[in-house]
Design a protein around this ligand. Sequence first.
Ligand SMILES: NC(=O)c1ccc[n+]([C@@H]2O[C@H](COP(=O)([O-])OP(=O)(O)OC[C@H]3O[C@@H](n4cnc5c(N)ncnc54)[C@H](O)[C@@H]3O)[C@@H](O)[C@H]2O)c1
Length: 341
Amino acid sequence: MFYFIHKYSGGFDMLFLSEQEMWQSVTLEDVMDAIEDAYAIHKSGNYKMPDRFIAQRDKNMMLYMPCFLDSVIGTKMLSEFPDNPSLGIPYLNGLMILNDATTGLPKAIMNGSALTAMRTGAVGGVALRYLAPEDAASVGLVGCGMQGLHQLLYACEVRPITDIYLYDAYAKDLSGFIERLSARLASFGKNAIQIHTCADTRELAEHSRVLISATQAVDPLYPDDEELLRGKCFVAIGSWRPERRELPDAVWKLVKNAYTELPYACEESGDLKIPLEKGVLTQERVHFIEDLIEDTKQGHPHEQNETRCFKSVGMGLFDVRTAQLIYEKALGKGIGQKLNF
Ligand SMILES: NC(=O)c1ccc[n+]([C@@H]2O[C@H](COP(=O)([O-])OP(=O)(O)OC[C@H]3O[C@@H](n4cnc5c(N)ncnc54)[C@H](O)[C@@H]3O)[C@@H](O)[C@H]2O)c1
């Protein structure tokens, strides 16, 4: 005979959602709308998001990202193990837990790596909603990994993309990536998009109106060439450490404003920190995309420059709001596995 240790034990259900079930629950547009909600919540100040805690042993890192909203609490736990790709395992793995805001009881657990890719792709997609030319038909991706693939799904959702250009410094054979990308695009009804590989980032930039980077690069990915990069729309989501950068100085010379999510991006990411220290970028030119979104919605967009740039470092609020949406949609559709504990 088994006895519960507490009189309330065993009486609570939580929902477990796999990657596939998470995608079955929501659309790309749903997730981008959740990111816009997250920006609005951030702007209102109605949340509590402690600094993310990073525990590191040698080069392996564990990241803990709690965030309280009025309606729910969420914590994402991620591991970043740089040797994983050489073992055929993703660099980034994780788990997301949602807790009830009133009782703290766990409500759901879901795949944290899938959530990261879904919401980071949507963060890129929202940036393109507000920054990319309406008629942008070509997108280039540097870094053909987990984030890169998802960035492209959302880019193709928000702009009439006909051609995708790919470059990766280390993945020798991109055929597996292209196969996965084509299958995912087809699942969203986008069968006619042409996918090309490039020999280097110069060739990629020559062909692409939108340039997305999703790497762990230490040094800038593109040639430091203003003529080559003029008029492009950049989304840089990788390399969030202070000593790492994806974008060359030319980008900061070309843009009127630099867009990011949070003030701490200027310290956390070398993409902003290094040009700020060098004086290539000034603090007055660094703006928050939540302000651009709100101003645009009120009919006052402030970005008219031909070259545009968004740098993302991410925040726990994106995860919680996205996970909450997935949980609610999954419950409504009867998706997922109820676990009793
Ligand atoms: N901004 C955010 O919110 C956010 C969220 C998640 C991950 N990230 C960051 O995004 C980056 C990519 O993450 P991922 O999960 O896709 O990793 P991944 O390992 O799956 O993919 C990265 C790809 O970039 C390629 N690459 C690395 N350095 C390169 C270089 N110098 N030039 C060209 N290609 C290069 C690798 O070969 C790999 O294919 C990481 O830096 C990660 O920390 C940011």
